[in-house]
Design a protein around this ligand. Structure first.
Ligand SMILES: Cc1cc2nc3c(=O)[nH]c(=O)nc-3n(C[C@H](O)[C@H](O)[C@H](O)COP(=O)(O)OP(=O)(O)OC[C@H]3O[C@@H](n4cnc5c(N)ncnc54)[C@H](O)[C@@H]3O)c2cc1C
Length: 376
């Protein structure tokens, strides 16, 4: 978030401190591993609190892992975990939903401050079902979860399919956001180190150390936001972070010149979506398929008129959702002093990024605890 006023307040506070001859409080230096949506949002929140922030990333730029091409939905409505049998009983659903609602507001503010928020004529997201009876049954479950939806059938918005409409969800291009946020963070003083796949994190005498090619990073805290690669990074420290990454695909097309759905359209059956961004149409989702073919076949069934108009795809991509086995992200400290995790956001990472960055910052800076997201 480009929170310039808050930053100014911090420097005013510091100069007042110097004027009265006080001792300057020590600035905390934080190393964040991973420049995906979660690492960038963590950097954003920590920088806003006056920390020194260094982000270290294995790839050559920001948002080149799972955050590269998601479906763009900021959808608290979809907080139900995909891999937990009784999410209500485990508390995972409620925890994720609460964090998602906070995160949506923070993310909207951040999108506005970066000049990226589109006041879409039709907000929200749609989810289509085979028939109206299935839509109404699903609606009952959403009601029980405290999620408001409306059953609709519309020739344009739902391509004529029975659907549920989640009016308070938002959507936007996560990669555009990540690129704009990274530029903003650099302007505000964050350091980014790219092409750094060889980072080694080890337990030291006084906590944790990070090293790369003989260089030891000096930091007060380290936050692991390495998405689906987080478990292997933490395994070197004997920390088990239970995750089952789930592969998804995204296929980008030039936007065809025709009437298209104005808000993302999810398909309940295939866990995929059609999202029409400003400059492209994207089909994305599915779970652990070997290729993008099932995704394309499904949308040929659902939207034959649209699919007929599409030129060959401009890009086919696949990525792993960092799906935690607990059905909710892991946000908090570890048994190694100074080592934190912010990962495991599964199918909700775009929705939860701002809220998760904010939460871990409160834990590090204010000693706040939140048992809902603890590791283990
Ligand atoms: C097809 C698809 C559609 C999706 N749609 C949505 C959606 O509509 N809404 C939503 O809320 N979420 C959606 N998601 C989920 C969301 O995209 C992810 O949860 C989110 O991108 C995860 O972000 P991350 O920062 O944790 O991981 P990543 O983006 O993978 O970032 C982790 C970074 O850490 C780096 N890294 C790893 N190991 C190391 C190391 N040892 N040293 C240095 N760097 C390292 C990686 O290179 C990577 O850049 C979707 C996901 C997929 C796959």
């Amino acid at each position: 978030m480009a929170q310039k006023p808050e930053k100014m307040q911090i420097s005013l506070y510091l100069s007042a401190f110097i004027d009265i001859g006080g001792v300057m409080p020590k600035r905390l230096d934080i190393l964040i591993v991973g420049a995906g949506l979660i690492g960038l949002s963590t950097a954003d929140a920590l920088l806003s609190r006056g920390c020194g922030v260094t982000v270290i990333e294995a790839r050559s730029g920001p948002a080149r892992g799972t955050s590269y091409a998601n479906s763009g939905m900021i959808h608290p409505s979809q907080s139900r975990p995909w891999n937990v049998a009784s999410p209500m009983r485990s508390g995972a659903l409620r925890s994720v939903h609460e964090l998602a609602l906070t995160s949506r507001t923070l993310l909207q503010d951040s999108l506005i401050s970066l000049g990226l928020f589109k006041d879409n004529p039709v907000p929200g997201c749609y989810k289509i079902y085979p028939d109206m009876m299935s839509a109404r049954e699903a609606q009952k479950r959403y009601d029980e979860e405290g999620v408001v939806s409306r059953a609709v059938l519309d020739a344009e918005a739902t391509l004529g399919h029975p659907a549920l409409y989640f009016e308070t969800d938002l959507w936007g291009n996560a990669r555009d956001y990540a690129l704009a946020l990274e530029a903003d963070l650099k302007n505000r003083g964050a350091t980014f180190i790219y092409d750094a796949p060889d980072l080694r994190i080890r337990r030291g005498h006084q906590g944790v150390t990070a090293q790369m090619k003989g260089h030891v990073f000096q930091s007060d805290h380290i936050v692991i936001a390495a998405g689906p690669q987080s478990p292997e990074l933490l395994a070197a420290l004997d920390i088990d972070i239970p995750m089952t990454p789930l592969r998804g695909f995204a296929v980008n097309f030039e936007k065809p010149d025709m009437q298209l759905p104005f808000a993302p359209l999810m398909d309940a059956q295939s866990h995929s979506a059609m999202t029409v961004f400003e400059d492209q149409l994207r089909l994305s989702g599915t779970i652990n398929q070997a290729s993008a073919r099932p995704l394309l076949q499904r949308w040929c069934e659902l939207a034959p008129q649209v699919m007929r108009e599409l030129k060959p795809a401009t890009e086919i991509w696949s990525g792993l959702r960092p799906m935690s086995k607990a059905g909710r992200p892991y946000i908090g400290g570890t048994d190694v002093p100074g080592l934190w995790v912010n990962t495991g956001h599964g199918h909700m990472g775009w929705t939860l990024c701002a809220g998760s960055g904010n939460l871990i910052t409160k834990m590090i800076m204010d000693d706040e605890t939140d048992e809902r997201f603890k590791l283990g």
